[in-house]
Ligand binder design. Structure first.
Ligand code: GUN
Length: 305
């Protein structure tokens, strides 16, 4: 039987540790602070951001939610970032993506003070990560490593295959796996004979953003499957491709008119040694790691570590 890597339990353990660190910092008169910037009304972003603000409150981290209107200009957001950079009680600045099309997202992310870049998206942090220096690492990739380590899954010497090469997940998770001494292969949409490569994976990380893209034929029996994808199936036809006859999912689809699926076809999970479910896997770690990064930023900025 494949083992389920339970994101909720792992995230709870990390949050507990972060809460303890917050308690220790309080004895030194420091309360970590996180500013979350949510532009406009993207429904998915609103849900993610709510989770970030709630987790901060649970752990004793100060948080501020700043909600500029969808028509805001790049210049106005630059002025906001400059203010947040200058405020000593703000240790972390997170600009929820995606931003509206009129905004120059890259210039904005580059304007965040690297010491406060709790998303780990700034090129200075990306460079530090690559160079093996202390850095704020992107939350989802850091969460993937925590899942593997805390579940006792060996990484050193294993063949880790990452499918997807985004700046936010694919590239940084490959670097983190390399730092843990995995043999790493990065695949993407132009990779020839993708299945031949993924079948060599002891650890397969799927971060492509396509529903159920990794099929059972593409994995090695007993492999560890880490599914970073969050995709929505909203038509009956799409639903039936993956979940026809699955009672639990049928009920969810009937109730909400859609269900969430990762980048791995759930039928592949049965062949694996261990896997992260969607929902209930990697996504929950992302927020836990954001909390950890905020506390780390608070400490680093004060020379505590
Ligand atoms: N949008 C989707 N995931 C993320 C994330 O991890 N950070 C930010 N800032 N925006 C996102």
């Amino acid at each position: 039987m494949a083992r389920i890597l339970d994101g909720a339990a792992l995230a709870a353990a990390i949050k507990q540790e972060v809460a303890e660190e917050v308690g220790q910092l309080a004895t030194r008169g420091v309360r970590p602070g996180l500013a979350v910037v949510l532009v406009g009304h993207n429904p998915a972003s609103e849900i993610y951001v709510r989770g970030k603000v709630q987790a901060s409150a649970e752990l004793g981290i100060h948080s501020e939610l700043i909600t500029p209107p969808a028509e805001v200009t790049t210049e106005e957001l630059h002025a906001l970032v400059a203010q947040l950079n200058a405020r000593d009680e703000i240790d972390g600045i997170l600009i929820q993506l995606p931003l509206p099309p009129q905004i120059d997202s890259k210039s904005l992310l580059d304007a965040i003070e690297p010491a406060k870049d709790v998303d780990g998206f700034h090129p200075v942090n990306a460079g530090r990560l690559l160079a093996g220096r202390p850095a704020l690492a992107p939350c989802t990739p850091a969460g993937v490593i925590e899942i593997l380590k805390r579940s006792g899954i060996p990484i050193a010497g294993q063949h880790a295959v990452v499918v997807g090469r985004s700046d936010i997940v694919g590239k940084p998770v490959a670097i983190l796996l390399l730092h843990e001494n995995a043999t790493v292969t990065i695949c993407h949409s132009k990779t020839r004979n993708l299945g031949e490569v993924t079948r060599q994976a002891d650890i397969l990380v799927a971060a492509i953003g396509r529903p159920g893209f990794i099929t059972p034929e593409m994995i090695k029996s007993g492999a560890t499957l880490i599914d970073v994808g969050v995709n929505r199936l909203a038509t009956r036809e799409e639903f039936d491709r993956f979940f026809k006859g699955n009672e639990k999912r049928e009920a969810a689809f009937a109730k909400r008119g859609s269900v969430v699926i990762g980048d791995i076809d759930p039928r592949a999970f049965d062949l694996s040694g261990a896997y992260t479910p969607v929902p209930g896997g990697v996504g929950l770690l992302t927020i836990a790691m954001l909390m950890a990064n905020t506390v780390r930023a608070a400490k680093m900025r004060r020379g505590f570590e």
